[in-house]
Design a protein around this ligand. Sequence first.
Ligand code: MG
Length: 280
Amino acid sequence: MQPLREMEIGVMFWAGGDPRATLREVKSLGVRVGQLGVPGSLPLDEATASSWKQALEAEQFTLVTVFAAYEGESYADIPTVQRTVGFIPPATRAEREARTYAISDFAAALGVPSIACHIGFVPDDTESPDYKAVREMVRRVADYAARHGQTFALETGQEPARVLLRFIEDVARPNVRINFDPANMILYGTGDPIEALDLLGPLVISVHCKDGDWPPRDRPGALGVERPLGQGSVGIERFIQKLKQLGYRGTLNIEREIEDREQRLADIRMAVQLLERLRG
Ligand code: MG
């Protein structure tokens, strides 16, 4: 693995196509590091792991995180996210736990030091059965990841910073950290991301550089709209400033989640330039 610069710019991208072609496309954006998302439908067998391992070596590309997504998840609106995403839905808990172990094994085969996912909306009520079940599940996943020497990062955004912090303290596992996504906090209307960083900063192991606007007031349950980096309500300059202030040294992973492939690539190219300016 090549040494990384402090706050090196990376990209969050997804597995699914040919690994070599995927990495070449990401590298064409001007980066050599990133986070790999793995869709729930992708078979995680030895063939998949070895093709990714070979491609990463051949392309001299570094992965800092493997992200798990799960079959049956939908981000259509807030109630749908609550019902379908992460560890919260009881019906899919067991299969998603097994899948997360497979993600940890896959990341270990590639030499990646961190796994991550959206665990879903952590309930506010610490006595609720769902809260307790998810807490136990996070502990088991963290312990599994620890055997591979990995951190297990929870993605921010779906609950307020104080709820997430209290949850992580309650989980009480040293390798449980945060993948901080400032746009999610705005898209879900959970709070100001820069203030949240003051609270969560010491736990942040990786970040997404994503932008977006607050949810519309006249449509309860709707999510805000994602925007190209620098064009939403996050205040990317403030975000980068705050990360510097907190002594964050990890990668800045640009995340852009729109269907239109060409637009997505163009937006990421622009984001790379913006971040190059801001990181100084
Ligand atoms: Mg994100």
